[in-house]
Design a protein around this ligand. Structure first.
Ligand code: SAM
Length: 375
């Protein structure tokens, strides 16, 4: 079957590379999604192991959708008794648009009507809707006059690893942090530093990768509540998780450091590292980013600097801060510098020539991932 990994715009390359390394085949990238082929078990494996994808979907049907009536009729051609009983709750999420179908709420309602009417005709009763915590989440995507109906294997989006207990200002999504590390090829067996760590997302994600800890090992997934799960997939899933547990390394192979000048940020980073099971791997300490010193060789200096308010917000102050950060980074001879920049002032003031820049979206913000080699 065809499966879909949805993702943030700009991270498709990271998702493709990751799915290829998981052995997924026939990978194709589109904006905000990568499709691949496999069995439902492969979708489950992608849920367990993908650090970069947002959701894993299993498409059930695609059909032309010129209007609401065609949408309802198309929904009714699917045999929903394979996926739902009258006791399973459902929710429908809608994305995209088609002519006359511009309101996600209305599109979701039409699909929900088609599903519950089909089940009522087949089973004599209607399942309940639970938009907050459904057993089965159905996704409808409208584009180019077509509707595609999918089941969402993930449940909560995959960036919810289950370890983030503490949030600081402007935290990165876990999936974006993992994409930055993958796109920037942060070496797992070399030292790592984030000197503006906030709640520690980059360092924690790096530690999880370095220890080969499956990002989904601590959380439940949507497919575990499907009626077919117990009979068909549970033992495979249990085995997959056991293999993941056995394969994790006891310690990260190289030192990982995270620092910040805010005690509150450090407190959040410590709590998150502990909840993720990597507190022994990430050394978290108080430091001004402009005074950090290198340790070890060939490491990655990877960070997401503030864009404004907290360091003054005035162009002159910002430029000064970024110059100071660049001076610190230039002491890390032989390291790679990986910076998520939302501000051109930063790129201009680092004093290093970028090897490449890559456009990403941090939520609604367009940002640049910049990689430099420190000579
Ligand atoms: C955008 S946040 C980083 C968010 C982080 N990537 C996360 O996912 O939580 C920037 C951080 O830089 C810290 N910071 C600002 N100026 C600093 C300085 N001179 N030295 C150390 N930390 C600083 C702030 O306290 C803040 O936590």
């Amino acid at each position: 079957m065809r499966l879909v990994a949805t993702c943030a715009r700009g991270t498709e390359g990271a998702v493709r590379g990751e799915l290829a390394s998981l052995g997924m085949r026939h990978l194709r990238g589109a904006r905000g999604a990568v499709t691949f082929e496999g069995r439902m078990e492969d979708g489950m494996r992608a849920c367990l192991w993908s650090r970069t994808a947002m959701r894993i979907l299993a498409p059930l049907s695609a059909f032309p959708c010129p209007d609401a009536a065609a949408l309802y009729d198309g929904v009714r051609t699917v045999d929903w008794t394979e996926w739902l009983t009258v006791k399973t709750t459902l929710a429908v999420d809608a994305t995209g648009t088609a002519p006359g179908l511009h309101h996600a709420g209305f599109v979701a309602l039409k699909v929900k009507d088609g599903v519950v009417d089909s089940l009522r005709d087949a089973l004599g009763a209607r399942p309940d809707v639970d938009t907050r915590d459904p057993d089965v989440r159905i996704v409808v995507h409208l584009a180019r006059g077509q509707a595609e109906l999918s089941l969402d294997l993930s449940g909560a989006p995959l960036y919810r690893r289950g370890y983030r207990t503490a949030i600081q200002d402007a935290p990165l999504k876990e999936t974006l942090a993992a994409s930055i590390l993958a796109l920037g090829e942060a070496a797992l067996d070399r030292p790592f530093l984030d000197p503006l760590c906030g709640s520690g997302t980059l360092a924690v994600e790096h530690a999880l990768s370095a220890r080969r800890i499956a990002p989904g090992i601590r959380r439940p997934f949507g497919f575990q509540r499907w009626p077919r799960y117990r009979g068909e997939w549970q033992s495979t899933w249990d085995r997959m998780k056991e293999e993941a547990r056995v394969g994790a390394l006891p310690r990260a192979p190289a030192p990982i450091r995270a620092s910040d000048f805010s005690e509150d940020a450090l407190d959040a980073a410590r709590r998150n590292a502990r909840a993720a099971g990597v507190e022994e791997d990430v050394a978290i300490s108080l430091a001004d980013a402009r005074s950090v010193e290198p340790f070890g060789e060939g490491g990655t200096f990877c960070t997401n600097p503030p864009y404004g308010e907290r360091i003054g917000g005035q162009p002159l102050q910002l430029a000064g801060f970024y110059r100071g950060l660049g001076e610190a980074a230039r002491r890390f001879h032989g390291w790679s510098l990986l910076v998520l920049s939302g501000n051109l002032l930063l790129e201009r003031n680092l004093g290093l020539r970028p090897e490449w820049t890559h456009r990403l979206w941090n939520g609604p913000l367009e940002v640049n991932l910049v990689r430099c080699r420190v000579p």
